[in-house]
Design a protein around this ligand. Sequence first.
Ligand SMILES: [Zn+2]
Length: 153
Amino acid sequence: MRIRLMDTPDQVEAVAAVLRHAFDVVEESDEYANRGTSRMVRRYVDLRLRPKDAELDAAVRRLRKTAAHRLVTGRRWRVVITDSESADGIMPVCASPEHPVDDRGQQWSVYDCCDPHLIETYCEALAAFLVAALNDVPTLLAAVQYHGAGGAA
Ligand SMILES: [Zn+2]
């Protein structure tokens, strides 16, 4: 993709540096002075998405296709404390009015009113990660217009 930068030389160089950082710059022209008394110059930059950006695009598309739409259920997840007394379990947030008032904020505990599908991970970090991923990734994937090379999946 060819982009024309036109501004004062310091601005053109600053933006060119940003482009070099963000993209694979395959060609960059000399600067051409504008006509007359203008202090502006023109520079042409040919750039491409870096291969790693294309890989990232593909990974996001795969994730969308295989998982994200199935997980957009509106259900929220939480970390719970299991029998091991560690915060290493995950289960859906309990919406029952029976759920004890003193546990409604963080919902660390499991009661008879709760969805019985407790998933024990045996690892607090993994439980925290899974809850964050289950709550946020589907929403992010649904909301973000990803700049994929090769079109939408
Ligand atoms: Zn409950």
